[in-house]
Design a protein. Structure first.
Ligand code: SAM
Ligand code: SF4
Length: 328
């Protein structure tokens, strides 16, 4: 088994966007109440007394939209200052970054992944489910601010859906030529009974690589991240291109992460709830850190190979949580 030392922490299930690939149109979201969320104090206790002692050193804050959680800057400061925290990142939609990028950077955050599915405001708004004033400009400004403040690496996450934004992959890839940005194309996964997903909507990474390679050429990059992306670059470019191909290529044997939802569920994999434990309930019921370490340690052995293509169509009733609820 690969060493599992990376915890993705969802801070909140709410979001200010409603991306169709993440929250299917038909999904009815019952948001968690404040008291159902793990508090920052509980999260810090879990990090210091459970995860760090059993060897976790890498943490990523996500959601829903993590920047919606009040007190986020101070919490980032607390986690970043833990001596055993080697690596702290955040995944955000960037909409609130214009104001928050600087305070987050000063609090100690350095790695940031920002979702940006399109450079075309109309397509972008369609994808994030926005019918009002366009949100593209403020998101783009958030990315620029994060860049100017000095976030490094700065990664842009793009979920590619045929017929919606696949016409833009060359323009998105070209962003890396003059900027030290890392654009990562993520294969669309069928999570939460998403009717948008079908065999034609999903595009395998190999096809994207071919299309980009024909236009710009593509070479393997020596820069590798913590994660599952296959990393390439356009010759001479300052940044890189990553391809996350969980649908077309199983990388479960290399997986080093587990996920904690905002309401305390710790699961071995995005699509695997086997043996999941609720750490919030455990803490609130007075389970001590010795027992928690044992329970978390046991859960690591439940990581198994998953066929992402077959696993979740919402048909078996077990995986109706949307990506925003699981924590992406
Ligand atoms: N709100 C933040 C954001 O959008 O970056 C963080 C949470 S979001 C769930 C985390 C990542 O999951 C995003 O990069 C998003 O594009 C990705 N994601 C959501 N639904 C997906 C799906 N069905 N297939 C592939 N990636 C998905
Ligand atoms: Fe919100 Fe991120 Fe999901 Fe979009 S992908 S709905 S921004 S949680």
């Amino acid at each position: 088994m690969n060493k599992v030392d990376y915890l993705r922490i969802s801070l909140i299930d709410r979001c200010n966007f409603r991306c169709h690939y993440c929250v299917p149109e038909a999904a009815k979201l019952d948001y968690l109440l404040q008291q159902e969320l793990l508090t920052y104090q509980e999260l810090l206790t879990l990090l210091k007394e459970v995860f760090i002692p059993i060897g976790f050193t890498k943490f990523r804050l996500t959601g829903g939209e993590p920047l919606l959680r009040p007190g986020i800057v101070d919490f980032v400061g607390e986690v970043a200052s833990l001596p055993q925290c080697d690596d702290l990142g955040m995944t955000t939609n960037g909409f609130l970054l214009e104001k928050l990028a600087k305070p987050l950077f000063y609090a100690g955050l350095r790695r940031i992944n920002i979702s940006l599915d399109s450079l075309n405001p109309e397509i972008f708004d369609k994808m994030i489910g926005n019918g009002g004033k366009s949100r593209w400009q403020q998101t783009w400004q958030g990315i620029q601010t994060a860049y100017e403040v000095g976030f490094n690496p700065l990664k842009l996450n793009v979920v590619v859906i045929r017929g919606i934004n696949d016409g833009e992959i060359l323009d998105l890839a070209a962003l890396t030529i003059e900027r030290n940005w890392h654009v990562r194309f993520i294969e669309f996964m069928p999570i939460g009974n998403n009717k948008l997903f079908d065999e034609t909507a999903w595009i395998p990474s190999a096809e994207l690589r071919d299309r980009i390679s024909q236009k710009f050429g593509l070479i393997e990059s020596s820069i590798k991240g913590n994660g599952p992306a296959d990393v390439f670059k356009i010759p001479g470019a300052k940044g890189t291109l990553g391809f996350i191909s969980q649908m077309s290529e199983c990388f479960c044997d290399k997986c080093n992460r587990i996920r904690l939802s905002a309401d305390g569920w710790l699961r071995p994999c995005l699509l695997n709830e086997t043996g999941q434990i609720n750490l919030k309930d455990a803490l609130r019921n007075g389970v001590d850190s010795y027992q928690l370490k044992e329970q978390v340690g046991n859960l690591l052995f439940l990581k198994e190979e998953i066929n992402f293509k077959e696993r979740d169509r919402g048909t078996n009733g077990a995986y109706f949580r949307t990506m925003s609820q699981i924590g992406g």
